[in-house]
Design a protein around this ligand. Structure first.
Ligand code: ADP
Ligand code: MG
Ligand code: MG
Length: 251
């Protein structure tokens, strides 16, 4: 499914190498977590996969179901089934959440050669998903993320994810700011949307998030590479001993 090989990324405007030969594979149906100290390049990885400007890939590959992600425009990546959730979602004053979501869903359906959903069909679909996820659909009447609490933003993100039905979800939940309740929401959302043909890459600082998600595989990232891969016990080891021992062992 998601296959990253020897990825090297530098900043476009500066001679600064951030990813230095990162390799990673997330098979269909699995949940992988990436943990790692601040500044190791975790957010850069998710930005590069999403197609954000400002980074140069100098070496290596990244593909989704065999298709070269790095050659695609951001919207093509979404159509191919990639979903990226960021910790601080953008607020879009003046654009209704419902309109925004329907536009995103229909753009994706169109790119996949499927019929677009009418307003009525969309409303029905979104209400059903919201009910499944126990999300209050009232949120859809408000402008995108404007004045949303942290928890509401998380719910909205999970609802977007559910509606877009991605194959590969990348969630950067790294820095501080996720309280225990928001963490729980993210974990419940991931668990509800887990399926044999959908994978998750959850980037996090917190073992606590992984208590609720139970990843299949945990990767430790440091200095632009994956330096260790293991099971959920690896996250517990980090929680208990920090990164120090682990990293000196790797060195
Ligand atoms: P993490 O998410 O693991 O904390 P980041 O990907 O945010 O790491 O950052 C990795 C390194 O690259 C850090 O040293 C950070 O300061 C640097 N970096 C990332 N983006 C930029 C940028 N746009 N300008 C300057 N430095 C950057
Ligand atoms: Mg980060
Ligand atoms: Mg560019």
């Amino acid at each position: 499914m998601l296959k990253i090989n020897n990825l090297h990324v530098k900043l476009e405007d500066e001679d600064k190498q951030i990813l230095k030969g990162l390799s990673l594979e997330v098979p269909a149906g699995q949940v992988h977590a990436i943990m790692g100290p601040n500044g190791s390049g975790k957010s850069t990885l998710s930005y590069v996969l999403s197609g954000k400007d400002g980074y140069d890939v100098t070496e290596g590959t990244a593909s989704l179901d065999g298709e070269d992600l790095l050659e695609m425009e951001p919207e093509e990546r979404a159509a191919a089934g990639l979903f990226l959730a960021f910790q601080y979602p953008v607020e879009i004053p003046g654009v209704g959440n419902m309109t925004f979501l329907r536009t995103a869903v229909n753009a994706q359906r169109k790119a996949r050669g499927e019929d677009e959903l009418s307003a009525g069909e969309f409303l029905k679909a979104v209400r059903a998903k919201a009910a499944d996820l126990k999300i209050d659909a009232e949120m859809l009447k408000r402008p995108v993320n404007v004045g949303f609490s942290g928890g509401e933003k998380k719910r909205n993100e999970i609802l977007q994810m559910a509606m877009l039905e991605p194959r590969m979800c990348i969630m950067d939940e790294t820095d501080s700011g996720l309280d225990v309740d928001a963490m729980r929401l993210v974990a419940d959302g991931v668990n509800a949307l887990r399926s044999p043909d959908r994978s998750f890459l959850v980037i996090t600082h917190y073992q606590r998030l992984l208590d609720h998600i139970q990843p299949d595989v945990v990767h430790i990232m440091a200095d632009g590479r994956i330096v260790k891969t293991g099971g959920p016990e690896l996250a517990l080891e980090v929680e208990k001993n920090g990164y120090g021992d682990l990293l000196s062992e790797v060195r």
